[in-house]
Structure formats: structure tokens, C-alpha cells
Design a protein around this ligand. Structure first.
Ligand code: GLA
Ligand code: ZN
Length: 669
């Protein structure tokens, strides 16, 4: 199914804010000419336009939006119509101050800025419901309506107003049933924090790990509830697909909880290609794209990206030639069916006036940004075969928000600077990505069955049922790699009785006992010895005992020199591997190289030079599309394993291709 019903095109366009330009004659006419010129077909509108639509309470002006809809219908373009809840009009905030967030210091925010609303406030909900219904009623059957862009980048910063705190207590009542149960799960005899009334539970008490974890869960749950309320309002009139734009790894919201209510996934991506960091940056976004494909197991949209550079980066740098296309091809190759921009036209005033956009302050078609967008847009037609094509990953990396929260909220193991759960997940992903294999990114609640290899880097929390599901995965022939700082706590952030990993049962399954963890100072020269080589270990080295597992790697130093650092336990048809120490990419690369050979997972295309990365999408008719990206600053010649058609630009059959410096190409065959 295409993202927009019956619209079989790669979506290309972006956030469009014509309502900022109504006072300048000719601008909108010019926009539509430039849109044609750059082959843009889809725009998101009205994202922050509540104040321009409901100009006074109950008084609506749809004239400018009607005009945009009509122009789009006429020219065959589609619109993602936003619900404008991210930024409220002044009249609303002034008249109903309870719609504004209360910060943790007790101060209520003023009406301005954006994403600073109390999502519990009944009047705010009512006002959002009304405006959403109005929009849906008016545009539901419009031929230009492509879908609903619900709100914009929901924000997980808590509102600490009385209503939100009371609702949090209700959430806990629902979850734990009785105070007795809650006290038990909260280990509340600690510091005498026994609770005798629900309203004694303070979400910000730094000593109460589980209350703080539940507070984060509540913020996600309350935001998802708000999201659903917004969807329900438009659904009264419209069955066009809905989404909300996510913000990558954004820690405060567990995005997996939004997934069941999205018809497609949308994400906002803002890389800066700084010198010497190309692969790191590409990995950062490739992993996100894989996460977004995995979420619904189908193509997603890169809803925002920047053809220039955002204004909040240390170096607001011009894109080097080819970098822009490579960034777009990275998204398409990893499962996007659309690459869109923030924003179409650069405004003249306020805090985003210097942020990169397709059309600059000169208003013309001669800028680098516009020419690049137009060149890319014109070439996109050659890729229309990828629309709705699939990926088939045999390996998955687990990235689990709740587990990360549990680790974050657990005092110990140093601070965020050493825990580095996100960087660690990415490093494991990178070691696999460098081998040009297709990858999925899942959380621990997702099905495991379709993979041959699952990597669980620092899966600190084992939610209910996860240990059993992982065991079944291994017994059925899967290879599971779990690392240090995994399986320390249950879903309540409480430690396991009977030793790690995960208590007696999982401990037996891995054939090890993880007795404790050695925190390594930066000066430590601890090493891991594996396969005849020595690798540096940093930050963490767990003190392990083998209890049935085969020891394949040992520590090279300290009093526990020679003790297990890497173990393998065969169970059923598969194996459970435990990596007890933090290593660098050097080890992970060698280690996964061997594991991929053992599991029979092949690269999507053999024989890529080191600086070239490949990904693949396969259409329903069996056509495979290969995206080859040059991560270096030199041109690269790639000798192909078989003859393939280069469909990006040349449309010729090739035995080898030249990829320009920082560029990319697409082959079919
Ligand atoms: C976010 C927002 C946009 C804009 C861009 C700027 O992604 O959704 O409205 O502010 O950031 O990078
Ligand atoms: Zn509130």
C-alpha cells in the first residue's frame, strides 16, 4: 500500500507555510512554479497555523488554506494536513492559562513558543478537538488531501500541574490496583518511604527509581492518549492515513507506543556532514531509518530534512557537492518512500529565519539548495519502482526505550557519560552495517521469530515474558548476543534474585554467572583476548563465572586475568552469546564478521570497497534495487558481482560503476 492512497510516487516536498506570506503579492504563484520545477509533489501544511485559522475564539478563516488546497488539486499535488495543536494562538493561552505547561519548578509557562501545552487540560483538549473536527469536516473529501500530520513533534517534557499529577496517580492505581502492591513493587521500605495514600507519590523523587520510571511511562501514555484523541476527532470525517512526526532517538517519549495508531511512520532527520565524521553520521541515520521501517514493517516518510543546514548547529556549513543526494538516497535505501524538507521557503523573521530551506531569501531558483533539490526531484521519477518495495532483514538490534530509562534512572555504573546506551547500540549496529547487511531495529516487545541473529546491547531491563521469548528464539535456531549491563532488572526496575543475568533461569540458559562489574578508569589497560588477538576494553568489564558455557574470550589483565569475557552456550538449535565487556569497533567488527559467517547472513551485494555502503529494497515483482553510497571524499569505482542496470542518471547496464566523491547511485537487477 502506498503511503498516500493511490499515489504511486516517491513523496517529495516539505513543510509549507504559505500563511506567513499572504501579505506579499505573487509569492504563492511563484511557489507553485518552483514546486513544478523541482518536481515536488507533497506538502505538509497548517502545522503552526491555528492562529491563522481560528483568528478569534470560534471565528474561522479558511480562505488561504482553501486556496492552497485548490492549487494542489489542480496541479496533482497532495497535502498532509496538520492538526495545529503544537502551537496555540495567543487568545487561547491568555484566556485559558491552564492550557500552558507547568514546569518542574512550579512555574506555569506563558502562552507563546510551541509544544508547551498541558496535554491533560480539559479545555485544551476540547479546543484541539474542535479545530481538528473543523479541519477534517472541511477537507476530508478534498482530492488534494493525502493524509493527516497530527500535531508536530510531540514533546515529552513533563507538565507538573495538579491535573497531570492527579492523572499520574490514577495511572498508578490502574496499574498496581492496591497501595500494598505498589509499596511492594516500589521497595518503599527503603528510607522509610512507605506510602499510605496515592497522592503521596512524587514523580520527581530522585530516590524512587520505579516512581520515576512510571512517570516517564505516564508521560508517554498521556501523550499517546492525546494523540489518539486528535486522531479520533479527524476520523469522525476522514479515513485518510494519519501519522505524527517523530524525532529520532528522542529519549523522553517511547515512540513504539505510538506505532499502533500510525498508518505510516514519519521522522525528522537533520544530519550535518562534518569532516571526518561521515560514517558515524551515516550510521546514526541509517539505524534510525531501519527503526522506522521496522516499526510497521513497511516504508516510512522522512518528513523533515534540511537542504541547507539547520540554524542550531555549531557550524552552519554549506553542503558539499553530492552530499545532499547521498543523504536522500540513504533514507530511500533504508526504506523511505518519501524524503521531504523543512521547509519549503525561508521566512524573513524570527527564530528560524536563518535555517536552511529549499527557497532562500532571494526567492529564486539559482541557489545551491534549490538547484540540488530540483536535480534530485527530477531524477526521482527513475526510482518510482521502489515505492512500496520491502526490506528483509535477518538480523535485528534491540533498542528499547524503557530499558534505557531504567538504566538511566539507576544510580551506579557511572553517569550518562559512561553508560552511553545509545552510542553502544549504535556501535553494535555499525559493526553489522559495515558488512552491508540488511538490519532491523526492534524493541524487546517485538516478535523475534523472523531473524537469525538478535543483538541485545545493554538490555538492562527484561520486561515480563522477554526472557522466555529470547530463550525460545535461541532454542529454535537463533543466535542471541547479549552484552554487559543486560538483564539486571525486571519491568519495575527491581533487581533479580538469584544472580545475573536475569535470575537463576536465564543465568542457567547462558551458562554463566555475572557476579559483578568492574568500572574501568580511562587509564585502564584492560583487554579482551579472542581468536588470537587482543582488543582494548573500556568503561565496563563484568566479573563472570562460566557455569556450563564455553569460554571463547578472556580478560587480558587485572586480578581476574584469564577469566571469561565472552561466552557461548548452545541451547536447542541455537546459541546464547554473552559479551561481558565494552569493546571498540575493532573487536565488534571481527566478532560479527565471524558470527555472520556462522549464521549464513550475506551482504546485500558482495564485494563493496570499504568506503562504499550498500542497502537493498525488493519490489513485489522481485526487482531488487541496490543503493550504493560513497562515504569517502574520493570517487570510488565499484566492480559489481554481476551486471546491473544503473537507474540513477545513466540508465545503462553496468559491470562496474563510478560513484562520485560523497555521492551515491542506484542499481536495479
Ligand atoms: C523541527 C520542527 C520544525 C522546525 C525544524 C527546524 O523538526 O518540526 O518545525 O522547527 O525542527 O530544524
Ligand atoms: Zn498539566
Amino acid at each position: 500500500m502506498t503511503i498516500i492512497n493511490h499515489f504511486h510516487r516517491i513523496l517529495h516536498g516539505g513543510d509549507y507555510n504559505p500563511d506567513q506570506w499572504l501579505h506579499i503579492p505573487g509569492i504563492i504563484d511563484r511557489d507553485f512554479e518552483l514546486m513544478e520545477q523541482s518536481c515536488c509533489n507533497t506538502f505538509s501544511v497548517a502545522i503552526f497555523s491555528w492562529g491563522q485559522i481560528e483568528v478569534e475564539e470560534g471565528k474561522f478563516d479558511f480562505s488561504w488554506l482553501d486556496d492552497i488546497f485548490a492549487r494542489c488539486a489542480e496541479s496533482g499535488k497532495k497535502l498532509f494536513l496538520a492538526t495545529p495543536s503544537a502551537a496555540k494562538p495567543a487568545w487561547l493561552g491568555k484566556k485559558y492559562p491552564e492550557s500552558c505547561k507547568v514546569r518542574s519548578d512550579g512555574h506555569r509557562d506563558f502562552w507563546g513558543k510551541r509544544q508547551n501545552n498541558c496535554l491533560t487540560s480539559p479545555i485544551f483538549r476540547e479546543k484541539v478537538r474542535q479545530i481538528n473536527r473543523k479541519l477534517a469536516e472541511r477537507y476530508a473529501n478534498h482530492p488534494a488531501l493525502g493524509g493527516w500530520h497530527i500535531s508536530n513533534e510531540y514533546n515529552g517534557e513533563p507538565c507538573c500541574c495538579d491535573l497531570c499529577i492527579r492523572k499520574f496517580h490514577e495511572f498508578l492505581k490502574e496499574k498496581y490496583g492496591t497501595l500494598e502492591n505498589l509499596n511492594k513493587q516500589y521497595w518503599s521500605a527503603f528510607w522509610g518511604h512507605h506510602l499510605t495514600d496515592w497522592d503521596q507519590i512524587h514523580p520527581l523523587d530522585g530516590s524512587m527509581n520505579t516512581a520515576r520510571l512510571d512517570w516517564r511511562r505516564f508521560i508517554t501514555a498521556n501523550t499517546v492518549e492525546f494523540f489518539r484523541m486528535e486522531i479520533d476527532a479527524v476520523r469522525e470525517f476522514s479515513d485518510a492515513p494519519v501519522t505524527t512526526n517523530m524525532m529520532g532517538y528522542y529519549d523522553p517519549l517511547d515512540y513504539w507506543k505510538f506505532v499502533p495508531y500510525c498508518d505510516f511512520i514519519a521522522d525528522d532527520c537533520y544530519p550535518s556532514w562534518y569532516h571526518g565524521e561521515t560514517e558515524e553520521t551515516a550510521v546514526y541515520f541509517a539505524m534510525l531509518h531501519d527503526l522506522h521501517y521496522t516499526m510497521l514493517g513497511k516504508p516510512f516518510v522522512m518528513m523533515e530534512s534540511c537542504p541547507g543546514i539547520p540554524n542550531y548547529r555549531p557550524y552552519v556549513k554549506l553542503r558539499r557537492p553530492n552530499e545532499f543526494q547521498r543523504e536522500m538516497l540513504l533514507a530511500l535505501g533504508h526504506g523511505a518512500d518519501g524524503t521531504m524538507y523543512f521547509q519549503w521557503r525561508k521566512g524573513f523573521g524570527n527564530c528560524e529565519k536563518i535555517h536552511g530551506a529549499v527557497v532562500g531569501h532571494d526567492g529564486g531558483d539559482q541557489t545551491l539548495a534549490f538547484k540540488r533539490v530540483a536535480d534530485y526531484g527530477n531524477k526521482l521519477e527513475s526510482l518510482s519502482g521502489i515505492v512500496d518495495s520491502a526490506k528483509a532483514p535477518e538480523a535485528a538490534v534491540i533498542y528499547d526505550w524503557e530499558s534505557n530509562w531504567a538504566l538511566d534512572l539507576t544510580n551506579g555504573f557511572g553517569g550518562t557519560e559512561t553508560k552511553k546506551w545509545q552510542e553502544t547500540a549504535r556501535l553494535h549496529y555499525r559493526a553489522l552495517w559495515e558488512k552491508n547487511i540488511d538490519l532491523a531495529v526492534i524493541d524487546s516487545d517485538q516478535p523475534f521469530d523472523s531473524y537469525k541473529l538478535i543483538v541485545a546491547p545493554m538490555l538492562f531491563m527484561l520486561k515480563k515474558g522477554v526472557a522466555e521469548r529470547l530463550k525460545r528464539f535461541v532454542e529454535n535456531g537463533g543466535t542471541l548476543v547479549m552484552t554487559y549491563l543486560s538483564a539486571y532488572v525486571d519491568e519495575n526496575n527491581a533487581c533479580f534474585f538469584g544472580g545475573n543475568p536475569g535470575g537463576p533461569d536465564l543465568r542457567r540458559f547462558f551458562g554463566i554467572w555475572n557476579e559483578d562489574i568492574d568500572g574501568l578508569e580511562p587509564s585502564s589497560d584492560q583487554t579482551l583476548l579472542w581468536n588470537g588477538k587482543k582488543y582494548r576494553v573500556s568503561d565496563y568489564a563484568e566479573y563472570l563465572h562460566a557455569e556450563g558455557a564455553e569460554v571463547t574470550g578472556v580478560y587480558g589483565g587485572e586480578f581476574y586475568k584469564g577469566s571469561p569475557a565472552l561466552t557461548v552456550m548452545r541451547q536447542g538449535k541455537g546459541k546464547a552469546v554473552y559479551l561481558a565487556a565494552r569493546t571498540g569497533l575493532d573487536f565488534l567488527s571481527d566478532f560479527y564478521g565471524k558470527l555472520l559467517e556462522e549464521t549464513g547472513i550475506r551482504p546485500v551485494l558482495e564485494g563493496m570497497p570499504t568506503g562504499v555502503k550498500a542497502s537493498r529494497r525488493t519490489a513485489a515483482n522481485g526487482d531488487a534495487y541496490y543503493f550504493l553510497l560513497n562515504m569517502t571524499e574520493e570517487p570510488q569505482t565499484v566492480v559489481l558481482p554481476r551486471e546491473l542496470r544503473e537507474i540513477w542518471g545513466t540508465d545503462t547496464l553496468r559491470k562496474s560503476v563510478e560513484i562520485p566523491s560523497r555521492g551515491g547511485t542506484v542499481l536495479k537487477g
